[in-house]
Design a protein around this ligand. Structure first.
Ligand code: S3P
Length: 166
């Protein structure tokens, strides 16, 4: 099986869908943020705090490169992975890129009270989400070869929809 790569904004369900999808496809699940935290022995928050976003992005690319040799995996990426063109071409080489498209209002709901995402630890988090989403949404659409509207669907429904398309 070609690797399956999930991209999308923070809170779009990449990790939850990825885990269930891997389960159903009987293959291994890789969560890029988890890989980075384990490999660097630091939380994403700590990496951002200690070294800043630019350094995190460099680390992110180096972990992405490690995936070039993988096969038969479901991979959930961090929401900002598409910010570098270099990353997008790696993702497209690795496997089938699927965009989980979630609308702003649903993202707000999913991300409410979040403390794990450094970019959102601000008083104006709603505005930050809006700005990031405006900037990133066209990039997700362009990078993906499949698009899933997550809407009101359950994790199970989204997962089954992906399986139907693969
Ligand atoms: C980020 C998304 C996060 C994580 C980091 C940066 C982003 O991953 O990589 O906090 O820039 O959107 P999730 O999309 O899994 O939350």
């Amino acid at each position: 099986m070609n690797n399956v790569i999930l991209i999308g904004f923070m809170g779009s369900g990449k990790s939850s869908v990825g885990k269930l999808l891997a389960d159903k496809l009987q293959c291994k699940f890789i969560d890029m943020d988890d890989e980075i935290e384990i490999g660097e022995k630091k939380s994403i928050n700590e990496i951002f705090d200690e070294y800043g976003e630019d350094h995190f992005r460099e680390i992110e690319t180096s972990y992405l490169e490690k995936l070039l040799t993988k096969k038969n995996k479901v991979i959930a990426t961090g929401g900002g992975v598409i910010l570098k063109e270099e990353n997008i071409s790696i993702l497209q080489r690795i496997g089938t890129v699927i965009f989980l498209h979630t609308k702003y209002e649903a993202l707000l709901k999913n991300l409410e009270g979040d403390t794990n995402r450094p970019l959102l630890q601000k008083d104006n988090a709603e505005q930050v989400i809006k700005n990031l989403l405006n900037k990133r949404e066209p990039i997700y659409f362009n990078a993906a070869s499949m698009i899933i509207q997550t809407g009101e669907k359950t994790i199970e429904e989204i997962t089954n929809e992906i399986i139907g398309l693969l």
